[in-house]
Design a protein around this ligand. Structure first.
Ligand code: GAL
Length: 394
């Protein structure tokens, strides 16, 4: 009997061990490793005697980013910082790799103008793990709580200025006629483009509602009017299709609201090649690119929105110096700096999906044939050489 009982006990013991074992978390095997930790780049930047600024720009194709990169480098180097400047050819992976490289090279601060604002979350987690503060430059970086600040222009106001120009030139406040407009919006992955579009649309909507403004193509939404990579060619092709489909044989078009100068170049080329009416079409833009300054002087483009990029880099450098000291400023950055331009501090409007990003916003300016000399040449932003050709002052 005893033998039977002990046998039962042994079997029970074995069974208990077997089942108990199945409740104990098995030793992690390779494929079931612990949750992925962000690769912490060794904290090379804190005590190596250098103060390194990592600057990541979208590309060199759009004229403005070359200026931004040059201004930022000059402003930081003037203050004795070492600068790493990377351009990304408008490729997300190139930008991510470039940012990672700069962290490894010891960047103490990152200044990033995103190619795609929603594509940097992982690499910014590496920056966080390496205690590197991050300034989103000009374009808000989305879906990341690692972004410390955003420095840009009031992007919604850019769209408002473009729309106000159209209202004025088409006399929408007083005309009895119905006017016709088409939209050419920006890159759908550029968060700014949505603000430009919304500012313009909100300003023009009352005129659509009272029938004073129509779009014969019916293309009024952001995505259906957007232009991948701000491409001049894509803007031109899309508008050529619209002109041939909806404005043939002298059907009049009164305005094309383009979100920036590279798309405005495409619109002007489409109007030159495929628009058959004799009337002048009001074309808007943004960035005061040199080719578009010529078009404004000649009259094929009506206006551009000028953003004094030097101001954007001055604010970024002033903010960067606070962050390098571990100080996270508010309004006091503006009052404590010798800014000779208007700058506002915004803590409500720029929700990047993870946090409301504190932002410093600058004022965009409408430039037309009437004020181009004062705003662009007398201000020293542009010069003419002896042949009369325009170039951007350093
Ligand atoms: C936007 C930027 C504009 C313009 C555009 C591309 O993000 O804010 O100034 O540069 O990209 O032309």
């Amino acid at each position: 009997m005893k033998k039977i009982v002990s046998a039962i006990l042994v079997i029970a013991l074995v069974a208990i061990c077997f089942f108990a074992g199945s409740l104990v978390r098995p030793k992690a095997t390779v494929e079931e490793a612990a949750p992925v930790e962000q690769p912490v780049i060794t904290d090379t930047h804190s005590d190596d005697g250098r103060t390194v600024i990592g600057i990541s720009m979208p590309d060199r194709l759009l004229e403005r980013w070359n200026k931004d990169g040059a201004y930022l480098r000059a402003q930081f180097e003037k203050r004795g910082y070492e600068v790493l400047l990377r351009y990304s050819n408008n490729l997300i992976d190139t930008q991510v790799d470039g940012i990672l490289e700069m962290i490894k090279e010891g960047a103490d601060l990152l200044v990033i103008a995103a190619v795609d604002g929603a594509a940097l979350s992982d690499v910014l987690n590496v920056a966080k793990a390496s205690n590197v503060p991050v300034i989103a430059y000009d374009r808000l970086i989305m879906d990341s709580d690692v972004v410390d600040y955003y420095v840009s222009f009031d992007n919604y106001k850019v769209g408002v200025l473009q729309a106000e120009y159209v209202i004025r030139v088409l006399n929408l406040m007083y005309t009895e006629e119905t006017k016709r407009i088409e939209f050419v919006s920006g890159d759908p992955v550029d968060n700014n483009a949505k603000f430009f579009y919304q500012g313009a649309k909100d300003t023009l909507d009352p005129f659509f509602k009272d029938g004073k403004l129509v779009s014969l193509s019916g293309q009024l939404g952001f995505y259906e009017t957007s232009t991948s990579q701000w491409s001049t060619d894509l803007a031109q092709q899309r508008l050529q299709i619209i002109l041939n489909s909806y404005y043939p044989d002298n059907v009049r078009l009164d305005a094309v609201l383009c979100a920036n100068d590279s798309t405005a170049l495409g619109a002007v080329r489409a109007l030159e090649s495929d628009y058959t009416s004799a009337n002048h079409v009001a074309v808007t833009g943004q960035d005061a690119d040199i080719a578009n300054i010529y078009n404004i002087i000649e009259g094929t483009q009506g206006m551009t929105v000028f953003k004094a990029l030097r101001e954007e880099s001055v604010v970024t450098v002033a903010l960067g110096e606070y962050l390098l000291k571990g100080i996270y400023p508010g309004e006091e950055l503006i009052s404590s700096s010798d800014f000779d331009f208007k700058c506002s501090f915004n803590t409500t409007d720029y929700d990047n999906g993870k946090k409301i990003v504190s932002s410093y916003l600058l004022e965009p300016i409408t430039v037309t044939k009437d004020n181009i000399e004062k705003q662009l040449f007398e201000s020293g932003y542009y010069r003419r050489n002896s042949a009369g050709l325009i170039y951007a002052a350093k």
